[in-house]
Design a protein around this ligand. Structure first.
Ligand code: ZN
Length: 135
């Protein structure tokens, strides 16, 4: 096994530098992991950025999600990650929105195995494998 886990962010990699945080302290002594996937789903017009900034799950936004067969529930909420990225949390579903040049791109972020309590303690910045314990 040549995979090592980053001691800083737990990202698992075969490289000698962590692709997630650029850390160089990697350990071969790790156990357990979660996989973070982030497949691209669809895009939104850039005009909707304002609604994201106002943390507003509008009818317009709901409608676009629906057109792509994703349903946002009444509990859905928007959380800013930074000024070009947002998260929509909807129960156990999590969507990531990233501003592109001409549109807003939506990705689904989910965890497998479904151990979200542990995953919440990890600082997930990049899709990939994250070790649960690193020594
Ligand atoms: Zn790292």
């Amino acid at each position: 096994m040549t995979e090592k886990a980053c001691r800083n962010c737990n990202f698992i990699t075969e490289k000698s530098t962590c692709p997630a945080c650029s850390g160089t302290s990697l350990s071969g002594d790790w156990s357990g992991y979660v996989v973070v996937l982030e497949p691209y789903l669809f895009s939104l017009p850039l005009e909707l950025k304002q609604e994201l900034q106002q943390k507003q799950v509008s009818e317009n936004l709901r409608e676009i999600f629906k057109q792509h067969r994703y349903v946002l529930s009444e509990q859905a909420e928007i959380q800013p990650i930074n000024n070009k990225e947002w998260k929509i949390l909807d129960g156990k579903k999590e969507y990531v929105i990233k501003e592109g040049n001409e549109q807003l791109n939506i990705y689904k972020q989910y965890l497998d195995p479904n151990d979200s309590e542990i995953a919440k303690r990890l600082n997930i910045t990049l899709p990939g494998k994250y070790a649960l314990r690193v020594r």
